[in-house]
Design a protein around this ligand. Sequence first.
Ligand SMILES: [Zn+2]
Length: 243
Amino acid sequence: MPHASNFLLGRLAQTSLARLAPHLSIIELAAGEVLAEPYQRIQRVYFPHSGILSCIVELADGSTIETGMIGNDGVFGASQALDDKVSLNLVAVQIAGRASVIGPDRLCVLAAELPDLKALLIRYEQFFLAQVQQTAACNAVHDIEARTCKWLSRMHDLVGPDLSLTQELFARMMGVRRTSVTTVAGALQADGLISYVRGRLHIIDIAQLRKRACECDEVVRSNYGRLFQAAATDKLKDKCVSG
Ligand SMILES: [Zn+2]
């Protein structure tokens, strides 16, 4: 079933996914598309199959920083659907992809009827909060190169080694100036870890990139493993197979 391309939907009991499926549709996510504005009612809940969604905080001086990343391991909009349907953050598509989507009211009704769906959504919310807390600590304490390596490692997990990424977007997500991105990307390129030409970033050596990353990526990965053990085991197997 295509909806199971999303890890969370794939972990539902078949009977629950069958109940959900008639209300899900699959859409394309375009890079840069805004899915939620701060303090606006969400229109859809997104279960990505591919691509990356970013939760972004915008400050009064115009600077921005990413506080959370959602890929095919997660969902955006579920906790809002269960509550008042309002997003507190800006959420945008960072890397294009596809997602299964559902209306928030419909998801709320189905979560009340399907205990495994509700439990899964609550568990993911717990993971996401931990991810955001780790990111807050990381942004405050770790240096730009370590954070960049962590960020690229997480993106590698979610979408693989080829990323379409302008320096401007790179800087906005990291909360740094473009010149800092140029310096860090130049150093990683000189050491043979990445190639980065005209907005196309290719991760050449993920093992070395992870060695230079701060511990935060591993912490987030192990949190996910604790909460979704079977999914994490499958993912680990995939990683071993793909090298
Ligand atoms: Zn960190």
